[in-house]
Each structure stands twice: as structure tokens, then as C-alpha cells.
Design a protein around this ligand. Structure first.
Ligand code: 2P0
Length: 338
């Protein structure tokens, strides 16, 4: 039996991956930029065990739900075929944050699984190869392979679509105060949302503007120009939600004008950010495919921003997780050695 364990962090996109050019390979319509989040991670152990009759997937010590287990097994199959193996595996995975709240558990999960399974199967892969492979499990996971600030290059095909590091974790003391305003599961899965994006009447204009958005965010990030960065990132989040909210579709037999990932408290917090900025606080927000509001500020403002959040009515029901630029995916043996 061979075994390997790995840990990978979630990541927060500043320029979003929303819409695929190729759904089977997870080739995105556009490139994206993210920060790897130190406080939200998945730990995964893969045991290659000839004594098993079939693959087993465990999540936090319980048998994993069927849909998730099937995705994990499909990804194991990809990695086994690279290694020329057919031996079943046992996968144990756990997150240190709640899943399904717009905090990207598939990103950390598939990055950790890719590292652990490839090591358990004796593959020695470069970061680039790991990123290509992780992408096929879940698109955004290709960014979680790297530490700090990361760009996923959309590429042309399977081999050219992968992430690279833009700047390491010490480059900028940016803080993401992730405010989980509700922990309810989202109603439309990201994979369905990606497919529906092109239904929005605003989709053609978004695809035309992505190259300049990407260049603007990349440059502001590399120059540590917080105001330019914040304005562009906040605009980007609302533009993605405008696409989501206008992606008309049928759901359980009923017509829907679009997908609403925001909750009432998401909007309340957005309104508060606008007030706080008028009062001189340097804070911006971004959102993912969920109700969580990610408040972005620099380290020296983070105490004030947290106090402001905690002063809002009802905030005692929210959970706030402070995230800073985090490490790339690593085998636990590498973590133990540092
Ligand atoms: C992102 N999201 O760039 C965007 C922003 C959500 C909103 O990547 O189908 O779970 O597994 O490739 O990576 C969520 O999509 O989709 C996502 P799959 P994924 O972080």
C-alpha cells in the first residue's frame, strides 16, 4: 500500500472564471487572477490499496455524498491512467471551513487531491503539470497549486491552460475578511452557472472587455496600487453577478430570469461598504458564486474593518474568517519538513 497526504488552500478570484470554452476539459473563456487564502484549506490523504474492491471516498470521517464522490473518483481515474495504475484507492478529505457558501471548497479540494494522488501513485509532476491536472478536476483548483498571487492563463487547449504565480505571498499585505452571512447551500451549482453564462445578453460585451480588465488588475496588483485594484476588483465582481442575474434558464420546469447567489445580508453588507468608504475607510469587496462577502483591505486597516462589520445589526450571526496570502499546495511531508 502507498499513501500520501497533501494540503491546499482555497483561493479568491479578483478577475473571475465564469464561463467555459470547453466544459469537458474546464477550459475557461477568459484568464483569471486570484489570491491563495491561508486560512481556508483542505487536507486530503490518498491510500492506494490493492486490498480494496473499489474506490472509497470519505469526507470528515463520513462516507462522502454521491455526487462529490463521483467527481473525486473521476479525477482519481485521470491520475491513475497517467501513472498506468488500476489499483483502487481510499480518499480521506476534510475542510477547515464550511462548504457550499461561495468559499471555494472545490478549488482547495481538487488541488489537494491532485497533489496527494499523484504522489501516492509515484508520479513526480512539475507545478505546471499539477496545475493542468487539477484544472480538469475543477477549473479554479489550478490556481490553488500556487502560493500568493496567481494567474490562470486561459490557453488554447489542454496543455496551454494552467496557472502560474504572479507574485509570492510576501508581495502584498492584502487581507480578505470573508464574511459568511449565511451557511445555506447555494441553489445553482457553479458548473451549471458556467454553462448558463452565455445566456446573458451582456455576455458578448463581457468577453470583449476581459483582456483589459485582466491587464488592469494585474498591473495594480504588481504595483500594490490598492485603490486602483479595489475599484477594478469590485467592478469585476458586480459584472460577474450581472451576468449571473441575467442568465435566463429553466429550473425544475419553471422559467428563471437568472441566478441570484446573493442573500439579503450580502446586499446589506455591500451598502455598508459604500458608507464606510464615504467615511474614509479603505475597503472594497468582491463576491464569488455565493452569499459570502469578501472584504478587501490592507493589513493596517483590517482591525477597523472588522470592528465596522461587528457593529452592524445581526453580525453576531455571521462568521468572519480573515485570510492572508497563503501557501501553494504541498505534501504534508513537505509541510512537516519546514
Ligand atoms: C472563480 N468561481 O474564478 C469563480 C468566481 C466562482 C465565482 O471558479 O466547474 O468550482 O469545477 O470548473 O472552479 C467556481 O467554479 O467550477 C469558480 P468547475 P469551479 O473562482
Amino acid at each position: 500500500m502507498s499513501r500520501a497526504s497533501a494540503r491546499a488552500c482555497a483561493n479568491l478570484a479578483f478577475v473571475k472564471y465564469w464561463g467555459k470554452r470547453d466544459a469537458a476539459l474546464n477550459l475557461p473563456t477568459n484568464s483569471s487572477i486570484s489570491m491563495t487564502l491561508d486560512a481556508a484549506h483542505t487536507t486530503t490523504c490518498v491510500e492506494i490499496d490493492p486490498g480494496l474492491e473499489k474506490d472509497e471516498v470519505w469526507m470528515s470521517g463520513e462516507p462522502a455524498p454521491g455526487a462529490f464522490a463521483s467527481r473525486v473518483i473521476a479525477h482519481l481515474e485521470r491520475i491513475r491512467s497517467l501513472a498506468g495504475s488500476a489499483t483502487p484507492a481510499r480518499v480521506h478529505t476534510s475542510n477547515n471551513f464550511p462548504a457550499g457558501t461561495g468559499f471555494a471548497s472545490s478549488a482547495s479540494g481538487f488541488a489537494a487531491l491532485t497533489c496527494a494522488a499523484s504522489a501516492a501513485l509515484g508520479l513526480r509532476l512539475s507545478r505546471r503539470d499539477l496545475s493542468v491536472l487539477a484544472r480538469k478536476g475543477s477549473g479554479s483548483s489550478c490556481r490553488s497549486i500556487h502560493a500568493g498571487f496567481v494567474e490562470w492563463h486561459a490557453g488554447q487547449d489542454d496543455h496551454s491552460s494552467f496557472a502560474t504565480q504572479l507574485a509570492d505571498a510576501r508581495h502584498w499585505n492584502l487581507v480578505d475578511l470573508a464574511v459568511l452571512v449565511t451557511e445555506r447551500e447555494k441553489s445553482v451549482r457553479s458548473s451549471d452557472g458556467h454553462r448558463l453564462a452565455a445566456n446573458s445578453p451582456f455576455w458578448p460585451s463581457r468577453t470583449r472587455s476581459m483582456a483589459s480588465r485582466l491587464a488592469e488588475v494585474r498591473q495594480a496588483l504588481l504595483k500594490r496600487d490598492f485603490h486602483r485594484f479595489g475599484r477594478e476588483v469590485e467592478t469585476e465582481a458586480l459584472e460577474m453577478h450581472a451576468i449571473m442575474q441575467t442568465s435566463a434558464h429553466e429550473q425544475r420546469g419553471a422559467w428563471q430570469s437568472g441566478i441570484f447567489y446573493m442573500a439579503a445580508d450580502t446586499l446589506r453588507l455591500i451598502n455598508a461598504v459604500q458608507r464606510w468608504r464615504q467615511a474614509g475607510m479603505e475597503v472594497y469587496f468582491t463576491l464569488d458564486a455565493g452569499p459570502t462577502v469578501h472584504l478587501l483591505c490592507l493589513e493596517d486597516q483590517s482591525g477597523d474593518v472588522l470592528d465596522a462589520v461587528q457593529s452592524l445589526e445581526g453580525s453576531q450571526d455571521w462568521r468572519t474568517i480573515a485570510c492572508r496570502p497563503g501557501p501553494g499546495a504541498k505534501l504534508l511531508s513537505e509541510i512537516d519538513a519546514t
